[in-house]
Design a protein around this ligand. Structure first.
Ligand code: NAD
Length: 274
C-alpha cells in the first residue's frame, strides 16, 4: 500500500470535492461549521428553520466565501424522520454523493421534570437524537459503497454529564454519544468515522433563549445565570466560539483524523474534567 501524501492545494482546500450536509445550519454552531466546511472547499447543503430571505442571504454569503464550492439550502423539518431521510436522499440525488454528515440541529427546554411539558420532551428527543439516527441511516450505504464517510454529531457536555432541569436534553445527548459509538463500530472497516463533539457553552441563540427559563427555574437574575450557572461550570470562564466548532469539524473530516472514531470530544474549557 502506498503512503498517502498531500500536495499544496490540499492544505488550502483540504475538503475540495467533498459534499457535506450540516443540519440546523441557519444559525449558531451549525452555521459556523457550514462556513468552515465551505471555506475548506466542500460543497455544503445547509438546513434549518427561519425567514426565507435571511436564509438566502446566509446561503449566498457562504457560497461567496467558498470560492469554488456550491452551497444549497434544504428546508427539511427534522422533527419528522421521513423528512430527515429525504434530506440525505435529495443531496445524493443532486450532488451524486455525500461524504460529510454533521448532525447538529437541536433545541433545548429547561424545566423541573414534574412540570416538563410532554410535547417538549417528545420534540427534543425527535430533533436532538432521532433525526441523527435517520440521517445516518440514509447516508450509510452510500458512504460504505464509496469507502469514505465522516459523521460528526454535535452532542454536548450534557452528553457526558448532567445538570438539573434538562432531563430531555441530557437524555437525548447521552443517546447521541451512544449512537456515535455504535455507528463508529459499524463504519470502522469501511473508511467511515463517526465522532461526537461535546461543547460546553457556546454563545448562540440556543443559549440566549434558555437564560430566562433558567432564571425562573432557579429564582435568580439573568446575570447570576451567566456567572453562577453557565460559566460556573466552565473552568476557563469563557464561552466557546462557533469558529472553534468549525475548525474542529474540518480537522475531524480531514486525513489527519482518519483513525479518530467513536469518540466524544469535550470542547468545554475543562467542565467535564471536574
Ligand atoms: P441555534 O438555536 O443557534 O441553532 C439551532 C439550529 O437548528 C437552527 O438552524 C434551527 O433553525 C435548527 N432547527 C431547529 N428546529 C429544527 C427543525 N425542526 N428542523 C431542522 N432544523 C431545525 O442553536 P446552537 O446553540 O447553534 O445549537 C446547535 C447544536 O449544538 C444543538 O444540537 C445544541 O444542542 C448543541 N449545543 C449547543 C451548545 C451551546 O452552548 N450553544 C452547547 C452544547 C451543544
Amino acid at each position: 500500500m502506498q503512503p498517502q501524501t498531500m500536495d499544496h492545494s490540499d492544505h488550502i482546500r483540504p475538503l475540495a470535492g467533498k459534499v457535506a450536509i450540516v443540519t440546523g445550519s441557519t444559525s449558531g454552531i451549525g452555521l459556523g461549521i457550514a462556513r468552515a466546511l465551505a471555506q475548506a472547499g466542500s460543497d455544503v447543503v445547509i438546513n434549518g428553520l427561519g425567514d426565507p430571505q435571511e436564509i438566502e442571504r446566509v446561503r449566498a454569503e457562504l457560497e461567496s466565501g467558498a470560492l469554488f464550492g456550491r452551497v444549497e439550502y434544504n428546508g427539511a423539518n427534522l422533527m419528522d424522520g421521513a423528512d430527515a431521510r429525504r434530506l440525505v436522499e435529495k443531496t445524493i440525488a443532486d450532488f451524486g454523493r455525500v461524504d460529510i454528515l454533521v448532525n447538529n440541529a437541536g433545541i433545548q427546554h429547561v424545566s423541573p421534570i414534574e412540570d416538563f411539558p410532554v410535547e417538549k420532551y417528545d420534540a427534543i428527543i425527535a430533533l436532538n437524537l432521532s433525526s441523527a439516527w435517520h440521517t445516518t441511516r440514509a447516508a450509510f450505504a452510500s458512504m460504505k459503497a464509496q469507502g469514505f464517510g465522516r459523521i460528526i454529531n454535535v452532542a454536548s457536555a450534557h452528553g457526558l454529564v448532567a445538570s438539573p432541569f434538562k432531563s430531555a436534553y441530557v437524555a437525548a445527548k447521552h443517546g447521541v454519544v451512544g449512537l456515535t459509538k455504535t455507528v463508529a463500530l459499524e463504519g470502522a472497516e469501511h473508511g467511515i468515522t463517526c465522532n461526537a463533539i461535546c461543547p460546553g457553552y457556546v454563545w448562540t441563540p440556543l443559549v440566549e433563549n434558555q437564560i430566562d427559563d433558567t432564571a425562573k427555574a432557579r429564582g435568580i437574575s439573568r446575570d447570576e445565570v451567566i456567572r453562577d450557572v453557565l460559566l460556573a461550570a466552565q473552568p476557563n470562564k469563557r464561552f466557546a466560539t462557533v469558529e472553534e466548532m468549525g475548525a474542529l469539524t474540518v480537522f475531524l473530516c480531514g486525513p489527519g483524523a482518519a483513525s479518530i472514531t467513536g469518540t466524544a470530544l469535550p470542547v468545554d474549557g475543562g467542565w467535564t474534567a471536574h
